[in-house]
Ligand binder design. Sequence first.
Ligand SMILES: *Cc1c(COP(=O)(O)O)cnc(C)c1O
Length: 478
Amino acid sequence: MTDLRLDAETRTRLWQRVNETVETYMREVDGLKVAPELDPAKLRALLEPFDFAQPLDPLAAVDFIAENLTQYQVHTPHPRYYGLFNPAPTTMGIAADTLVAAFNPQMAAWSHSPLAVEIEAHLLRAFGEKFGYAPASTDGVFASGGAEANQTALLTALTHAFPAFGRGGARALSAPPVFYVSLEAHHSFLKAARTSGLGTEAVREIAVQDDLTLSVPALEAQIAQDRQDGFAPFMIVGTAGTTSAGVIDPLEALAATAEREGLWFHADAAWGGGAALVPELRPLLKGIERADSITFDAHKWLSVPMGAGIYLTRHPDILSRTFGMETAYMPRDGERLGITDPYTHSIQWSRRFTGLKVFLSLAVAGWEGYEAAIRHQTAMGDTLRRRLIESDWRMANQTLLPVVCFVDGQQPDGGSADYLMALVRDIVTGGDAWISTTRLGSAGKTTLRACITNYRTQPADCDALVKTLNEARRVAGH
Ligand SMILES: *Cc1c(COP(=O)(O)O)cnc(C)c1O
């Protein structure tokens, strides 16, 4: 029988093979097709022999995974993956995740992993400061991603507005709660409304202006209408960097409306929050310091491996009020030391040490390293925009952040959904680059979407994408 730990000699060979696998992938990923063939039957046949009846050699098992992940995935670390905020992972982040798996700290109780918990708290204060929060009142929690951070925001906002919510749930409230997002907001808020028991009808999707930012007059009209109709508004969400178009809602105005109306203001800066680290981009986020809570995803613009969401708040007691629990079986040392145990403070209970990949990446790169990476990506966004315009592609969004939405300006039907989706299929199947389509605004007009999501993307990669697009346009017969 194989010992789950494996013997020392096997482990030594295993680590070596894993190291070689990682390094080979990092060196060779640029030469791979960005996207795989999509054939479910083939993948199931590949896995069919794994009936787990016979133990497998550890190195053979690793080789199987290395070979087939290389073959069967979209290579998000590829410099011509122009995708959905999935970065090339930092090398320190890869190392950190390995260390976390080996040390396996349990983040539920402070006394089990005091250093790990304090590292996360230290990081939360540091990021809070970048967003303009006072360190003394900053609290927060690491989450699996932006969706969990947004759900945390919804639950804290509910607890803040309706102290009865924790015990009685939505049915205990005298009026149905509603909250406000823009039409361009991330759909994790709809999921959060479902999983929190409010239901998706509690989400008011407010119209956007031509520039795709939330319309404040439309918001204020809807709040007034809702109050008149007997609903109980409790939260406004501003998106700082929309998923489709990288647009930043008017955070200052939203903060003012929220203050005047007595509503929680949440800023979803899952991706765009990276702008807080660059002095010349920081003004774009003006007003975010007035948010009651902020979502920031380190696995997006901070390029750490998935998943690493961050929820921040300037209300130091709200997480405990939302998630506080007492049990007989959890360690109690925290109480004696005046410490809050993380399991009383988050949706998750047992929790992985997510903060280490952020800590080691930031410690080694410094703020300066991140500033340079984010600035570079922003410049590559500008380069891509310029090159596209030179080839008669027409811009469909306005943002200083590196998300480019565009249609074909050369053709009368260059904005048709069928045409643009065919172009994307052609490009993705060809394997030279990965881009996508999205729909924008109240009219839901289809556009192509290319995001500079990789800190290694260079002007030559932008040129290559434009060349591929031009070729796809030509092949399509236009
Ligand atoms: C990506 C994204 C989310 C969801 O984050 P996950 O990490 O995928 O859970 C939420 N909001 C915005 C604006 C996003 O871009």
